[in-house]
Ligand binder design. Sequence first.
Ligand SMILES: *Cc1c(COP(=O)(O)O)cnc(C)c1O
Length: 396
Amino acid sequence: MIPIPYGRQNLDDDDIQAVLNALKSDYLTTGPLVSQFEADFASFIGAEYAAAVSSGTAALHLAILAMDLQPGERVITSPNTFLASANCIAFAGGIPDFCDINASGNMDVESLAAIWDDNTRGVVAVDYAGQPADMMKIAEFVRSKGGFVIEDASHAVGSWFAIDGVKYFTGSHPWADLTTFSFHPVKTITTGEGGMVTTSDTKLADRIKNLRHHGVERDPEKWVQTDASGTGPWYYEMQELGYNYRLTDIQCALGLSQLKKLPRFVEKRRRITQRYNSAFEDMEVMETPHDEAWLQRCDDVEISWHLYSPQFDFEQMRVSRDSVMKQLRTRGVGSQVLYIPVYLQPWYQAKYDYRAGKCPHAEAFYERTLSLPLHSCMTDEDVDFVIEQVREVCGG
Ligand SMILES: *Cc1c(COP(=O)(O)O)cnc(C)c1O
């Protein structure tokens, strides 16, 4: 039996048809679907500008470059994340450092403030499992120090909160300079590989768009060698070192089609999460995911749940996590451990001399976490099946 995976894409015939139409069009890449995807994405979440890129990792890399990070400068992120949130800092020669997390798995603002120093330039805050980090407090602190704020919202596409009567989606509120998204197949909407950067700053948006295409500036008004600008329509100008981080029209066709379903996917994931929460409420060996405390200050909130990651007391259960995962797998339930604190990776330990004990809450969170299947293809029967298996294996 192939187990129900912890996450997967949800594609229908109309998604496939959209891709086929793109394949039959005049452009396979850098055509009209790229700007349409950017425009529709920006309009859905209420962002002013959006730039499509080839992955969530590329989005983070370009976000860091757009902040002009210099080699040797330090940027702080959360250890409870995928490698890319920290790797992007190292790509630019910066020093990725880590503050501790709160009960919901997001960056803890006090811990951030405690390790800030004069060499720190900014933060990459992560919205773990889809719950927005306390961006208001994070931005207030970081900006008071003159730092930049990047929000890695790879988990949180479609999450929103309302405060003082205004509704903000992640990627559209004023407490991040740049917000990044991923459209990897385990994420809530997919383009195969793909990512997006959103911002309210037109200069930053243009810079990201240039950097994703080798640093080429196409706007004649912004050319540096103005004497060369009159020389012909073939002229283009490379003003800084960029990359090929373009997203194809084929992928944007899929993205446009998926974006239309985002509200439905979010609703489905919310219902599954609720069903899990009530089914596991009475289990002593298990804590259902903790709500982000700061969201209680909001008038209204909707979480686009990317992960369902309860905390288990494996000691009390007298069984290892490894064994639980294997038993679940045999019974047809996939699970995943998200995440190993990034600084415990061999490369980070060797390069930056980071050691176990650095972020005690993140390490304790890691020891107890196990993500159960959560994706919009799951039927009610699938959810009940997972609940039954988990209760049996975990002694509920
Ligand atoms: C998926 C993910 C990324 C990277 O996205 P890719 O599209 O796989 O490059 C970055 N950060 C977080 C938190 C993610 O979950």
